[in-house]
Design a protein around this ligand. Structure first.
Ligand code: MG
Length: 407
């Protein structure tokens, strides 16, 4: 992985610039630890810009469009999907990264990649795929995001995956901070090629992307939940955070029509959270006074964080959303259907891998997995995890509906 660093000694990189002056603790493109497979650098983009562009052009990224965030895609065109969620995370990430004077391109790439490994049907889909994969080494969506980037995308004749820089991969792997539990398959395989230093913290850029994920989904879930009628503004007023945001909105505009009030409240909440993260992170950074990205990795705690007060308010909101939204009966009702779709597909493909599409059968043969159940299960899980909601439904119909063709 030190290829790029070595390159910089012999050839002057033409990409040695960023959009803004960077803080001392930011990740600099000319100090990247490079890629697993050596490549000539671009003349006009930094390695982190290229990573971001590769992620946007990946097939897994396009499929986020038809993957559920909370509501299944056909429930309404106004709700978030994994794709629009990801774009909101990237937007918040860029704002915070720029304000902290760290590398916006790197942070954006990590944000755009963070959910690539999600199964169809959101966390419900993951629960059932996890169950299917229990005897075969498990399934975990963060690890699967890495697997998409390092193995599953097939776009380059010389290697599998997108051959991203160490820093982008690190950011995806450490989405929840240093890795304390036993690494899953994608991390283990990457560890054989480069040391991700799993016990250290990730860059500020990665920390920004992770917290922006929290800011995005907590806010858009409130909006989507209200739209779906799962709770009301009066319910939300029991929460400190929402009460504050509503009070500010009402003080500014008086009696607003609910649709404007909701928008105003969400804007206010995102603003409050971003302000809080910036103030807290700046304080953390000024206390630590880091002189390099390395100082961030070994700081022993995350630099990018909510204040204790905001953390408590966000946790209360999460608890509310969990009870009132993710466990709402209209959502619970689809659990059984999702269980059937995922488990039926998994069982059918495991029973006969010849029911897989040609390119996936090829993957089974190339891996020598015909006679190896665990290897085959991993490939089947890769195929299912990569499906969009609607593709999974169609695939289930094709395999199990006797009269599909005659309808
Ligand atoms: Mg997310």
């Amino acid at each position: 992985m030190s290829n790029l660093a070595d390159n910089t000694k012999t050839q002057q990189p033409a990409y040695n610039y960023c959009a803004l002056p960077l803080a001392a603790y930011a990740c600099r493109p000319d100090q990247s630890l490079g890629r697993v497979h050596e490549e000539p650098e671009s003349e006009n983009r930094t390695p982190f810009q290229r990573d971001r562009d590769r992620i946007i052009h990946s097939s897994a990224f396009r499929r986020l469009k038809y993957k559920t965030q909370v509501f299944v895609y056909h429930e309404g065109d106004h709700y978030r999907t994994r794709l629009t969620h990801t774009l909101e995370v990237a937007q918040i990430t860029r704002s915070i990264a720029r304000a902290l004077m760290v590398n916006e391109d790197l942070a954006e790439g990590i944000a755009l990649a963070h959910d690539l490994g999600h199964t169809p049907f959101a966390h419900i889909g993951e629960e059932y795929l996890k169950k299917c994969m229990e005897p075969y080494g498990g399934f975990e969506h963060n690890d699967q995001s890495l697997r998409v980037l390092t193995t599953l995308e097939r776009k380059y004749p010389e290697w599998n995956g997108l051959n991203l820089t160490w820093e982008t991969l690190e950011g995806v792997v450490k989405h929840n901070g240093p890795m304390s539990e036993k690494p899953h398959i994608a991390v283990r395989e990457l560890q054989e090629q480069t040391d991700l230093r799993l016990d250290t913290y990730a860059s500020v850029e990665a920390q920004v992307a992770a917290l922006s994920d929290d800011i995005a989904y907590n806010n858009h879930d409130v909006e989507d939940g209200l739209r779906a009628g799962l709770f009301t503004l009066a319910d939300l007023e029991q929460l400190d955070l929402l009460k504050d945001a509503l009070a500010t909105s009402r003080a500014r505009y008086g009696d607003l029509r609910p649709r404007y009030l909701v928008q105003e409240m969400i804007r206010e909440m995102i603003g409050m959270m971003v302000q809080d993260v910036l103030a807290t992170s700046r304080k953390n950074l000024s206390d630590l006074n880091p002189q390099s990205a390395e100082d961030i990795r070994t700081a022993g705690k995350a630099m990018v964080a909510f204040s204790d007060d905001m953390r408590k308010k966000v946790d209360d909101l999460r608890e509310f959303l969990f009870a009132r939204m993710y466990r709402h009966y209209t959502i619970i009702r689809i659990y059984g259907k999702v269980d059937k779709i995922i488990t039926d597909l998994f069982t059918a493909f495991m029973k006969s891998y010849e029911t897989l599409p040609d390119n996936w059968q090829r993957r089974v043969r190339e891996a020598g997995a015909e006679g190896d159940e665990a290897l085959r299960a991993r490939i089947v899980a890769d195929y299912i995890a990569g499906m969009t909601d609607r593709y999974a439904i169609r695939e289930h119909e094709r395999l199990f509906d006797l009269y599909w063709d005659l309808r």
